[in-house]
Design a protein around this ligand. Structure first.
Ligand SMILES: *Cc1c(COP(=O)(O)O)cnc(C)c1O
Length: 398
């Protein structure tokens, strides 16, 4: 057995690689620089163009770009009309923003459990958590794999709920041949640098509903409108006149971010393809490796993968996850954990959420670890990742 780097052995590589990183080319840099040299660095034509292209790409009627993915979720919750007394069902295995967006509106997040194999929210558990107060579902396409959209749509129709899809991981994914973004009532995206495409910080919401679209536009720009048909005062004083007709926020994206987003959107299909190649290579390396469990995919999802997660079968390994994580780090493969169950955090704990609420998610959480996945990884890089996983597993296998 090879001596692990953590115990003084030779690491599988000399330089560290991380679980994710952005992929920025000279053309992206040029697109941003062009905007910075022009007259509009915010509220200009690139924002409108990015919205048009995102709607076109996803097949949604409308898109609104905004300052980040969290803002997109907040806007969606505002447009859904959420307020105190309302309950919103979401998954605990997600970034905190998927639940926080409900709290911003005074509503209460309710955590449904996940499927033990796909790690996505389980429609059976959603049903079990519906009460007369339930008003919306925030379903997260975890790692990029589409949630069970058909089943969730059915639940939403049956109980008159708003279907918000948190697709922060899932731009580029399709479900039964239709792109994520055109399927739920509102779909929220993030363009943070670790996500599949980036605008630095950035987000977007897509929808097919005219009514929700109008509310989203207002929510992301102070509740202010310039549109005659929405204003109370008619005729009004002049072209400078606008009205604030609801309470919104300044969640706008800048034009140079929109230029970066447009440039990155043009590369999404090639990013998707490269990510898929790496996923295939990892799947083949790990699918029969005792001690490692890989994520199951539903056939409906044509996934643009954001994260590659291995789940340690801790009954078969003599180490803890922490020891495995540290051993990988010493081999110069820096992993990450996605995610600590949201309701374990003190903010939620102090609001009465207790450990044990979602036993499947908690159990899955104990063994998961994200390994490097991004388009610019070379064959040598991915070989190193596989070698490191196999080396650590071999060392700790019972
Ligand atoms: C990244 C992420 C968000 C938040 O996006 P930001 O752009 O970082 O605000 C929300 N939900 C999920 C599932 C995410 O991964």
């Amino acid at each position: 057995m090879e001596k692990l780097a953590i115990f003084g052995g030779k690491p599988v590589r000399e330089t560290k690689i991380y679980y994710g990183r952005q992929c920025i080319g000279e053309d992206d840099i040029q697109a941003v620089a062009d905007v910075l040299r022009g007259p509009f660095i915010t509220c200009g034509p690139k924002v409108a163009e990015a919205e048009r292209k995102l709607a076109e790409y996803t097949g949604a009627k409308h898109a609104v770009v905004c300052s980040n993915g969290t803002a997109s979720l907040h806007c969606a919750c505002i447009a859904a009309g959420l307020g105190p007394g309302d309950e919103v069902i979401t998954t605990p295995l997600t970034f905190a923003a998927s639940a926080n967006c409900a709290v911003y509106c005074g509503a209460t997040p309710v955590f449904a459990d996940i499927d033990p194999e796909t790690w996505n929210i389980d429609p059976v558990s959603i049903r079990a958590h519906i009460t007369p107060k339930t008003k919306a579902i925030v379903a997260v396409d975890f790692t990029g794999q589409a949630v069970k959209i058909k089943e969730i749509r059915q639940i939403c129709d049956e109980f008159h709920l708003v279907f918000i899809e948190d697709a922060a991981h899932a731009i580029g994914t399709a479900y039964n041949g239709r792109k994520v973004g055109s399927l739920a009532d509102m779909t929220c995206f993030s363009f943070h640098p670790v996500k599949t495409i980036t605008s630095g910080e950035g987000g977007a919401i897509t929808t097919n509903s005219e009514d929700l679209y109008k509310k989203l536009v207002l929510a992301h720009t102070h509740g202010i409108t310039h549109e005659d048909e929405l204003m109370e005062e008619a005729p009004h004083e002049g072209p400078w006149y606008y009205e604030q007709i609801s309470l919104g926020f300044n969640y706008r994206m800048t034009d140079f971010q929109a230029a970066l987003l447009l440039s990155q959107l043009g590369k999404l299909e090639s990013f998707k393809q490269r990510r898929a190649e790496i996923v295939k290579k990892y799947n083949e390396a790990f699918k029969d490796l005792p001690g490692i469990i890989i994520q199951k995919e539903i056939p409906e999802s044509d996934t643009c993968r954001h994260l590659y997660i291995i789940r340690l079968d801790l009954d078969k390994l003599t180490c803890t996850r922490r020891q495995f994580f540290d051993a990988m780090s010493a081999e110069n493969v820096q992993c990450q954990i996605h995610y600590v169950p949201v309701y374990w955090f003190p903010f939620y704990k102090h609001r009465g959420y207790e450990k044990g609420l979602c036993p499947v998610a908690e159990n899955v959480y104990k063994g998961i670890m994200s390994i490097p996945l991004y388009p610019s990884l070379t064959e040598e890089d991915t070989d190193n990742v596989i070698e490191a996983v196999k080396k650590v597993v071999a060392y700790y296998f019972e």
